[in-house]
Ligand binder design. Sequence first.
Ligand code: SF4
Length: 359
Amino acid sequence: MKPDTKIDRILKDAASGRPITKSEATLLLGISENSLESSLLRATATAVNRQRFSNSGLLLGQIGVDMAPCDGDCAFCFFARSHTSIQANILSSDEIVVRCERFARGGAQGVFLMTMHRFGFEWFRDLCAELRRRVPPQLEILSNVGDISSAQLRELRDAGVTGAYHVCRIREGIDSRMTPAERRATIERILESGLSWYNMCEPLGPEHTHEELADQIWLGVDLQCTQHGVMQRFPVPGSPLYHYGQVSLSRLGQVVAVVTLATIGKENVKSIAVNVSNLVGLFSGANAFFPEAGEPDDQATQTETVKSNEGFTTALWRQGNEITTADCRAMMMAAGFSNLMDTDGVPNKPLQAKAYRHN
Ligand code: SF4
């Protein structure tokens, strides 16, 4: 068995430090996910990124703090107003603080606070400011909210937020009620405001074409993202895209590998994320996970109560148990990673099975 000569040449060039072009990315996205070439693609991306990030991984927690039927109405989403049965719910700041402390003990470097497309801005800004006073200082506060203005982004920054997740999704404007122009404008405002921009190729499904994926990935190649990555879509029963099903982990890994090779040499890209957290992703170039819960109880923390039926995380889409920081560290250790790192890509603690203690 011999790999295709052209693909072999592209991968060898990438291993030597040349980022792939957009047309090469389209070609690599089009190879069969179970082919020899796809395995070589994922292996090349693994080697490139283990060296690039000093064999270190990043954990960023996620907390859905505000959920309600959402006007964004995305055709894949649990919260879309047209097909959701969800009841409006806001998480208390005390509960968020408990969850943040658990994320910090689990080695997370930051936590994304997620809302719907429309949300109460003053409430959210004041929540961020309160958390900045109450949660461990090393835990960065990151936002994942709807399209907002430059002035609002500056207010979040002044409240202690250091970065913002924002995506011009695959098929934005077709599978959502937002336009690509609106989404891109917010991303440009995030960068202008001095916040770090967290980006992804999402929500990846089996129906997306190679050209669509390359186009969506390239916004994060052209603009200065701090994190790139890939998130798969989980089929939500009752949603218009449910019948498409979901991609395999090898396909998810293939797209992660393309993102990895497309961002070679980009000093601004400090990590490559994959969601759902999984081992195949760690062998495809990813080195960042979004744990859905912090450190599980031990004897020292049994007095704290997490009400797991409030708020939300991506576990809601999977209809499964939340993946904890302990689970993520275990996967990273099994994949041979040595350290955890900060959001700038600097290793700052050895990977270990037990929780971290902070003074
Ligand atoms: S993906 Fe976001 S904007 Fe779209 S419906 Fe869900 S919560 Fe709303």
